[in-house]
Design a protein. Structure first.
Lengths: 81, 356
C-alpha cells in the first residue's frame, strides 16, 4: 500500500513532532527524526506500508529462543528474595 | 498532621486522601508512579526489598524511582508485552540491576521486546515465569502471589497479563495489568480466594470499559480503586462507564492523571493513601498539605450544609438549595434530577462528592 502524506507543520517544545496529513485530512503525529533529512513543512511524502511476514516470523522465532533460554534459569517453586 | 489510618478491613475509609508525616513504624509502601499513559508500580517492603511491576512507556521511570531514594531493585515484572508497560524496563535494568525478572512466555513480540529479553539474558538475571498454579514471591513480610496463568490468548495480549495479589498482613492490593473479561473470568473460576476482598484495586487496562465490571468489583470489594492513566490520552482512558460504575458502588477513586503519583502505605493492619497532585508536585516526600486537604474533602450530598455544597465547582446558593430540597439521594447520579445539574456539571463535581 502506498500512502501519500503531506507535512502540515511541526509541533512540540523542540518542534520534534511532524504533523502529517492524509489527503482526507486525518492527522498523524510522527517523530521528525524519522523523516528524510531536509524534510520541510509542505513536502509530500510517499509511505510504502507492507506486512513483512518474513521479518515477523524471524522475530517470533528469536523471541521464542530467548524465552527458552530464560526458562532454564527459572529455579521453580516459590521465591524468597 | 497525623490522622487515624484506615483499617485494612472492613471499615469504610473516613477520609480518602490523607496527608501524614512519615510513619515512625516500618511500613510497606506501594507507589503508583505517574508515568503518563502506562503502568509502573514500585513496591517496597519494610524489610528493604523492592519490586517494580511494569516500567511505564519510557526511561523517565528511572528518575521517578531515583527520586524515592531507591538504589537497587530485587525483582522487575513485565505484566504483558505492550510497550506502555515495559518501555522503560531496559533503562531500569541497566540502572538498578535487578536479580529477578518475571514475565510470561506469551508469543506476542516486537523487535523492541526481543531486545529487552536479550538484555535480561545477557545481564545474567534469573527469569521467573507464571505457571498454571499460584506462585509466591516473598519480599520479606510482603508476599506477592502470582496468579495462575491462563492458556495463551493469541488474539489479545491484554488477556495474557500477569495477575498479582500483594499481601502485607491484612492489607492487600490486586494488580492485574491490562486483563480483560476473559482472563478475569479464568481467575474467578480457578482462584477466587486470590481475588476476594482486596483493600486496594488497580483498575485493569487504565480504567477502560473492558478492564472492569460490576461482578469483578463486587468480588474484589476494594476500599479504594486506582487508575494509572495519562492525562489527555487519545485512547479514551478511563472510560466514563467504568467511572460511573465505580462511583455507583461507592468506591473512592484515585487517578495518576489527576493526582500524580499515588502512594499507599500499610503497616499490615492499617493503611493510608498519599497523593502529590500534579499541580502541587514538589520534591520527593513533600506533600502540599493545605491544597491536598482542601481538595480532598468529600462532600456528602445527603448531609452537607449549603456552605459545604457551595464549595463545589459550579454550585451556587440556588443549586445548593435545590440539592438539599431533593434529598435523599441513593447515588451520585441521582443529582441529575436536580434542575441545573447536567452531565457536564456532574462530571465537574463527581470526584468531590459522595452519597452515604
Amino acid at each position: 500500500m502506498n500512502l501519500r502524506l503531506s507535512i502540515d507543520r511541526f509541533e512540540g517544545r523542540k518542534k520534534e513532532i511532524a504533523v502529517l496529513l492524509t489527503d482526507d485530512g486525518t492527522q498523524i503525529n510522527f517523530p521528525k527524526r524519522l523523516l528524510p533529512k531536509g524534510s520541510r513543512a509542505g513536502d509530500i511524502l510517499s509511505f510504502v506500508i507492507e506486512r513483512d511476514l518474513e521479518a515477523t516470523r524471524q522475530v517470533a522465532e528469536q523471541t521464542r529462543a530467548v524465552q527458552d533460554q530464560l526458562k532454564k534459569t527459572d529455579p521453580g517453586g516459590d521465591i524468597r528474595l | 498532621m497525623s490522622l487515624p489510618w484506615h483499617f485494612a478491613s472492613p471499615l469504610h475509609p473516613q477520609q480518602l486522601k490523607t496527608v501524614l508525616k512519615p510513619p515512625t513504624i516500618k511500613t510497606a509502601t506501594i507507589d503508583f508512579l505517574d508515568v503518563g499513559q502506562g503502568d509502573a508500580i514500585l513496591i517496597r517492603s519494610p524489610d528493604g526489598k523492592t519490586a517494580l511491576i511494569d516500567a511505564g512507556p519510557s526511561k523517565e521511570i528511572v528518575r521517578l524511582i531515583r527520586e524515592r531514594g531507591v538504589k537497587s531493585i530485587d525483582l522487575v515484572v513485565v505484566s504483558h508485552h505492550h510497550a506502555d508497560h515495559y518501555g522503560g524496563m531496559d533503562a531500569v535494568i541497566k540502572t538498578f540491576r535487578p536479580r529477578f525478572f518475571l514475565a510470561t512466555d506469551s508469543s506476542h513480540t516486537t523487535p523492541h521486546y526481543l531486545k529487552l529479553l536479550r538484555l535480561v539474558r545477557d545481564s545474567g538475571i534469573t527469569a521467573i515465569f507464571p505457571t498454571t498454579s499460584p506462585r509466591k514471591i516473598e519480599l520479606g513480610s510482603v508476599v506477592l502471589t502470582v496468579m495462575p496463568q491462563p492458556p495463551e490468548n493469541h488474539e489479545d495480549e491484554n488477556d495474557n497479563s500477569i495477575g498479582i495479589r500483594v499481601q502485607h498482613g491484612s492489607f492487600s492490593t490486586l494488580l492485574t495489568g491490562d486483563s480483560q473479561a476473559e482472563e478475569r473470568a479464568f481467575w474467578e473460576r480457578h482462584v477466587p480466594e486470590l481475588i476476594q476482598n482486596c483493600t486496594v484495586l488497580k483498575l485493569a487496562h487504565h480504567g477502560s470499559k473492558n478492564g472492569t465490571d460490576a461482578r469483578w468489583l463486587s468480588l474484589v470489594n476494594p476500599r479504594l480503586a486506582l487508575i494509572s492513566v495519562g492525562e489527555g490520552n487519545e485512547y479514551g482512558h478511563p472510560s466514563p462507564q467504568t467511572l460511573a460504575l465505580v462511583s455507583r458502588m461507592r468506591i473512592p477513586i484515585l487517578r495518576t492523571d489527576q493526582d500524580g503519583t499515588i502512594t499507599i502505605r500499610s503497616d499490615g493492619k492499617h493503611w493510608e493513601s498519599v497523593v502529590s497532585s500534579r499541580s502541587a508536585r514538589g520534591p520527593p516526600g513533600e506533600v502540599h498539605e493545605n491544597q491536598a486537604r482542601q481538595k480532598d474533602r468529600l462532600v456528602d450530598v445527603n448531609t452537607a450544609s449549603s456552605a459545604e455544597l457551595e464549595s463545589l465547582p459550579g454550585i451556587g446558593p440556588a443549586l445548593a438549595r435545590r440539592i438539599i430540597e431533593g434529598r435523599p439521594y441513593r447515588t451520585v447520579d441521582d443529582l441529575l434530577r436536580i434542575k441545573g445539574i447536567g452531565e457536564g456539571r456532574l462530571a465537574e463535581i463527581r470526584r468531590r462528592v459522595i452519597v452515604r
